[in-house]
Design a binder for this molecule. Structure first.
Ligand code: IMP
Length: 423
């Protein structure tokens, strides 16, 4: 039997591209949908049958009744937030217990990891990362230091292990002089979440996935965040703490590189970034405000204003290279409907030097733009490529020429129906 493949769907800039909507459109084609990295720092908004859900840790394939959804070993999970998220789905009528499998190797985010996240940020002064405050960095640090707790730990002697780790965290917090916190209520809910998680299949998901592949089944690896927030390839140190790139699919699910099939790179027709760090295309003017307003660019997890700018071809080319992107998906094209001209960043410039390669230190670079005519037409009603105005077709052709990868899906509105698959 022909082995199945793992296709990856990856945010390739700073996240928030609208992956949730696309996974939902893709799901019917796959047997398994799996998250391989990140945790509740993600917020995948999905509108399903008129109701809005924000998924943080649960894969977006959960809405299709016959699919298995996996939270892989590369993820970190907060039991209290997981319980809240899962209960919301359960009360909306979705059966999760048989279809949502959690890796025993995924790491647990403790309440004190979240306090540590805040404490480390406070200690950074001006160089704050602007994290989501969900304890992501401290949990992955602890994984690397080999002192963390994994999901499998909740099955045996858990209280003892938990208390020992919490005591170590409290010690660190004392050293940092960060003592003004109270986790009593949070901890109660967290423990309730641990109990709740015990009723889910806590499995060796890498074995499960590889068996499914051997049986010819197909897997969609759902990315979180984006390439420019990757711990190795992002704008370090202003990044998240996981491998958000295609390589992270292999380590975060336990699948070999030879199992990877298509790599879908998802980006928006413009750029956004939430949190601190270099962002050469950032617009501080009215245009940036207009993009934010029209695109509703406010953080799904923290509600923060997202920083907005024109599309960044330097970042996109870099991301296509490190991920091996085979197909591009452009989201939120309609947000640019009213702009008379559209810009695209083709290079960065600093001290009179230009580069088209992603620099090691992205701080202090200015964007160099090319300008294209806007289409000034409402794209939201368009149902096929044939309906597109010429200026929009030209914009898409321009991006494909610049990036060297076909844009096979275009999103022109928030609804599932507003997704145009190109022939
Ligand atoms: P952390 O992942 O909470 O440690 O945050 C690190 C950086 O990644 C911050 O700049 C966050 O704003 C950003 N970040 C984390 N998760 C997301 C996401 O899902 N979308 C966009 N930015 C994110």
């Amino acid at each position: 039997m022909k082995k199945g493949k793992v296709d990856a769907l990856l945010g390739i800039v700073f996240g928030d591209e609208g992956k949730g909507k696309v996974v939902d459109v893709f799901t019917p084609k796959y047997d398994i949908v799996a998250r391989f990295a990140g945790g509740p720092n993600a917020g995948h908004t999905i509108i399903f049958e008129g109701k809005k859900f924000v998924l943080r840790s649960i894969p977006s394939g959960i809405f299709a009744e016959d699919k298995v959804n996996i939270i892989g070993n590369g993820c970190v999970i907060a039991p209290d937030l997981f319980m809240q998220e899962a209960r919301e789905l359960e009360s909306a009528g979705y059966d999760l217990r048989s279809r949502l499998h959690i890796s025993r190797r995924a790491h647990l985010i403790l309440p004190t990891h979240r306090v540590l996240d805040r404490a480390y940020e406070a200690a950074k002064g001006k160089n704050k990362v602007g994290t989501t405050g969900k304890g992501i960095g401290p949990t992955y640090s602890e994984k690397a230091s080999r002192t963390g707790l994994r999901v499998g730990d909740i099955l045996e002697n858990f209280d003892q292990k938990y208390q020992a780790l919490k005591a170590r965290h409290e010690e660190t917090l004392r050293h940092l002089g960060y003592t003004d916190y109270d986790i009593t209520d949070e901890e109660r809910l967290w423990m309730e979440g641990v109990e709740y998680m015990r009723s889910f299949p806590l499995t060796d998901t890498e074995v499960e996935i590889n068996r499914a592949l051997a049986e010819g089944k197909s897997v969609l690896a759902e990315g979180a965040q984006g390439t420019m927030l990757d711990i190795d390839h992002g704008t370090y140190p202003f990044v998240s703490s996981s491998s958000t790139v295609c390589g992270g699919v292999c380590t975060g699910l336990g699948v070999p590189p030879s199992a990877i099939g298509e790599v879908f790179g998802i980006f928006k027709a413009y750029s956004t970034r939430v949190g601190a760090g270099p962002f050469p295309v950032e617009l501080f003017d009215e245009t940036g405000d207009r993009i934010r307003e029209i695109g509703h660019e406010y953080g799904a997890v923290t509600g923060r204003n997202r920083r907005c700018g024109w599309v960044d071809l330097v970042a996109l080319r870099y991301a296509i290279m490190v991920n091996g992107v085979t197909q591009l998906i452009m989201m939120k094209s309609d947000v640019l409907d009213t702009f008379p001209t559209i810009k695209a960043c083709v290079a960065y410039e600093k001290d009179g030097v230009q580069t088209t390669d992603m620099p090691y230190d992205t701080e202090g670079w200015q964007a160099v733009y090319e300008e294209l005519p806007g289409w000034q037409t409402d794209l939201t009603r368009m149902t096929s490529e044939a309906d597109f105005p010429q200026a929009f077709k030209d914009y898409v052709d321009y991006l494909e020429r610049q990036l060297g990868v076909p844009i096979t899906i275009l999103s022109v509105g928030p609804d599932r129906a507003q997704t145009i698959i190109r022939g």
